[in-house]
Design a protein around this ligand. Structure first.
Ligand SMILES: Nc1nc2c(ncn2[C@@H]2O[C@H](COP(=O)(O)OP(=O)(O)O)[C@@H](O)[C@H]2O)c(=O)[nH]1
Ligand SMILES: [Mg+2]
Length: 295
């Protein structure tokens, strides 16, 4: 088995174990009873697929002539739309990373920088979370480890100015990828939202086609609040992709389906641990396979 698939399987083990308790095992091809379907619906809701989507999926399965577990996988997969390829052929490719504090933005940027470096790309990271000196330090460590470069200014300096400098340097020094890390206290903080809007505007000023992607990092264990966060950031930061982190630490892996169902925003990567290798490109089929109990 490929090592990334093993990581995915291990990362989703908590969610899968929880679902295994309610989804009948070894009966994949058999017709299920109403009470078994009720248990499956409950299991999906508990895994954070959301009541509406869970009921929807189970109802679709029950309508089929052979209402068995194979249908479940199929209808779960149907939640995921065909994903457009990435808008990453610009030079530099400018990626803005947003999200609430503690969701894993800085860690994910470290993982992404490492991945792009391994592809032989020249990577520059902008430390636009200037709110705490420790945040810049933490980012520096990741970026250095990745073999990428960083643009930073003093604590408390203007995040938009840091972003502008980073893009300018990215252009003048011929970087392939520019990633901007941002601060993320609670989303109800109006000043944070104004700050993000300004960062977005200034990035566009520095390079009119940028940012080419805006990835919102969501902690899988956040529960329903994740929905509010995505809604809010979408308006201000014009989110183009989601990264769902900490899937290894929760039994609520169904949030990935719920987010996809609610928003027309593709999931680009998922985080399944704290090491550099624990960022995986999102693949719906593998995800659903690893989420559901093994036949
Ligand atoms: N278990 C696990 N922990 C993660 C993952 N991604 C990030 N973390 C941890 O989450 C915490 C907050 O991460 P950080 O990158 O500082 O979040 P930020 O505030 O959004 O920049 C750190 O302790 C990370 O090690 C993940 O996929 N799995
Ligand atoms: Mg951070």
């Amino acid at each position: 088995m490929a090592s990334w698939l093993k990581r995915l399987g291990a990362g989703l083990s908590r969610s899968r174990e929880k679902l295994s308790k309610l989804i009948p095992g070894n009966r994949a091809g058999e017709k299920l009873t109403d009470s078994e379907w009720q248990d499956i619906e409950d299991a999906l809701i508990m895994a954070d697929c959301g009541p509406e989507l869970s009921i929807n999926i189970v109802n679709k399965c029950k309508k089929e002539r052979q209402d068995n577990l194979h249908q479940l996988k199929e209808h779960m997969l149907n939640v995921f739309p065909e994903v457009k390829s990435l808008n990453d052929d610009k030079k530099p490719f400018v990626l803005l990373v947003v999200g609430v504090n503690g969701t894993g933005k800085t860690t994910t940027i470290g993982k992404l920088a490492t991945m792009y470096r391994q592809q032989g790309k020249k990577v520059l990271v902008g430390a636009a979370d200037t709110f705490r000196a420790a945040a810049v330090e933490q980012l520096s460590v990741w970026v250095t480890r990745a073999g990428a470069d960083i643009v930073k200014q003093a604590e408390g300096s203007d995040p938009a100015a840091v972003s502008f400098d980073t893009i300018q340097r990215g252009i003048s020094r011929d970087y392939d990828v520019v990633i901007i890390d941002t601060a993320g206290r609670v989303q109800t903080d109006t000043s944070l939202m104004n700050e993000l809007a300004k960062v977005h505007r200034v990035i566009q000023k520095a390079m009119p086609s940028a940012p080419h992607e805006v990835w919102h990092v969501v902690d899988a264990g956040t529960g329903q609040n994740a929905i509010n966060q995505v809604e809010k950031f979408k308006e201000i930061a014009h989110t183009t992709g989601l990264i769902v982190t900490k899937l290894d630490g929760t039994a609520k892996g169904g949030i990935v389906l719920q987010l996809t169902h609610r928003f027309a925003i593709p999931i680009r990567y998922i985080g399944v641990g704290e090491t550099l290798e624990d960022l995986l490109p999102f693949d719906a089929s593998n995800f659903v396979d690893e989420l559901l109990p093994k036949e």
